[in-house]
Ligand binder design. Sequence first.
Ligand SMILES: Cc1cc2nc3c(=O)[nH]c(=O)nc-3n(C[C@H](O)[C@H](O)[C@H](O)COP(=O)(O)OP(=O)(O)OC[C@H]3O[C@@H](n4cnc5c(N)ncnc54)[C@H](O)[C@@H]3O)c2cc1C
Length: 404
Amino acid sequence: MYDVIIVGAGPAGATAALYAERNNLRCIVLDKAIFPRDKICGDALSGKSVRIMEELDLTSGVEKLDGSEINRITFGGPNHSHFDVHLKGNKKNNFITKGYVIPRKTFDYFLFKKAKNSTEILEGFKVKDLIYEKDKPAGIRGINRDGKEQVIEAPIILGCDGANSIVARKLDAYKRGMDNTAVAIRCYYEGVEGLSNQIELHYISEVKPGYFWLFPAGNNRANIGIGLSKNDAKKEDRTLSKIMEEVTQSKYFRSRFSNARPLEKPKGWNLPMGSIRRKNHGDGFMLLGDAAGLIDPFTGEGIGNAMVAAKYAISIAKKAKKSGDYSESMLRAYDDLLWNEIGKELRTSTKLQSLSRSSFLLNFVIKRASRNQEVQEIISGMLSKEIPKDELSSPLFYFKILFS
Ligand SMILES: Cc1cc2nc3c(=O)[nH]c(=O)nc-3n(C[C@H](O)[C@H](O)[C@H](O)COP(=O)(O)OP(=O)(O)OC[C@H]3O[C@@H](n4cnc5c(N)ncnc54)[C@H](O)[C@@H]3O)c2cc1C
């Protein structure tokens, strides 16, 4: 009955449904949650998310959602020196001019409703296992909203089911490890001072390698959080909540929090990082988004890569349908296309994440950048260009930082 089963209706799954509709693929989306639902996140949408939203004609709708428009990014270092980059896109350089911070409860529901306009979606449907035909995945088995077991068949399954993906686990797609995972907590606040059209990433000593973020989330609310590598978090004797409390009450930040009030208890979640290339395909399946471990290790962004993965997975699903070939060798093209686009920047971000272990280097780079327009332009491009971070692999970039 279906060409594709999409497990998960977050950014990866909903975007895949929207591309599937454009490609005349019959798909069904299954999500264990009832929407609107929360997702622990920094809520920032930049570079690639903005490009895919434009491609899917979603931008005007997104602009009406509750949240903040972003035109500036502040980078702070361990010694609290900082510099700003302005998103200064134009048609020629392909940079974006703005990004957004939109609470995921709102953003994901928007995508979900768009997908639901054209696609069958079952909410409250928990996928429990896969079913097989001649040892090859042929569908899923799950529990529906009425508590009844249900089997759904299709020749392709897209695992868009997040960091604890049941699809990846059941297919034993790759080894899970702490080395390539980060952990982060988020807390919404109201009344934080000094928020405007900028997002702030503070690479401070308390969270190494990682950062403390302050994002304006609209309606006088802020999305505040910290994240660091899972291995480092394990070694800490303080909880992440405790570290966040200390940071917000520290000399540098406390004045901004003097009239602020948390709106919830901090909540944590894992971030599977794209610091290694995993195998995200096999006979009859492809993994996308967090299920595929595509989060940028330096910035913690995963929504854009999840949306890009959706575009490529659907283009390959269409080819597979046309040829009637759903084999591993056919679906390999998905991983190749995806890595071709994001592999280079993920490698660069992995290097940057290692560099951020050194407070000395971070302070040095941030100090230079704060004084040097050209270095700021490069970093701005890195964050807002369609294919960012290319310049960072060039020795010229480091030369400019060191000697300009
Ligand atoms: C604290 C934190 C801050 C972050 N900040 C940012 C940021 O500012 N910007 C950014 O771009 N990225 C950020 N990320 C990363 C971003 O949240 C993820 O990369 C993104 O959500 C991935 O989207 P996804 O669709 O792959 O998965 P998800 O958004 O996790 O969606 C998965 C969906 O699958 C469903 N599901 C799971 N299991 C099952 C099952 N068995 N059956 C049916 N359905 C199931 C879930 O209900 C969920 O709806 C952050 C992550 C964390 C943890």
